[in-house]
Design a protein around this ligand. Structure first.
Ligand code: SF4
Ligand code: SF4
Length: 89
C-alpha cells in the first residue's frame, strides 16, 4: 500500500488548540528549512518566503520535532480525545 493510501485511512478529531507550536521568528533565520521536506502530510509550507504551519492533519509522527535543530518547534501530543483517533488497515 502506498504511503498516500495509508494516510487516507487515518481519522482525526482535530483540536482547536494547536498541539504543536512553531516560533516563526526563528524560522526567518533558518536556511535549511528541513521541516518542509520531512512532514508526511505537508503541514509546513512557505507563503512569500514565510513559514506557515498548520497542525490539522498531523499524524503525530514527531519527525518535525527531530528535524528542526534550531529549536523552533514546541511539540506535544494532542489533548486526550483529540488527534489521530482511528486507523484502518
Ligand atoms: S526547520 Fe525549524 S527553524 Fe527551520 S523553518 Fe522549519 S520549523 Fe523553522
Ligand atoms: S508530527 Fe509529523 S505529521 Fe505532525 S506536523 Fe510534525 S512532521 Fe508533520
Amino acid at each position: 500500500m502506498a504511503i498516500e493510501d495509508k494516510l487516507a485511512t487515518i481519522r482525526f478529531n482535530v483540536d482547536a488548540e494547536p498541539h504543536i507550536r512553531v516560533n516563526t521568528g526563528i524560522c526567518e533565520t533558518c536556511r535549511e528549512k528541513d521541516c518542509l521536506y520531512i512532514c508526511p502530510v505537508q503541514n509546513f509550507t512557505l507563503a512569500e518566503d514565510k513559514l506557515v504551519f498548520s497542525w490539522q492533519g498531523c499524524v503525530e509522527c514527531g519527525a518535525c520535532r527531530i528535524a528542526c535543530t534550531a529549536g523552533a518547534i514546541e511539540w506535544a501530543y494532542p489533548r486526550g480525545g483529540f488527534g489521530v483517533c482511528l486507523r484502518y488497515g
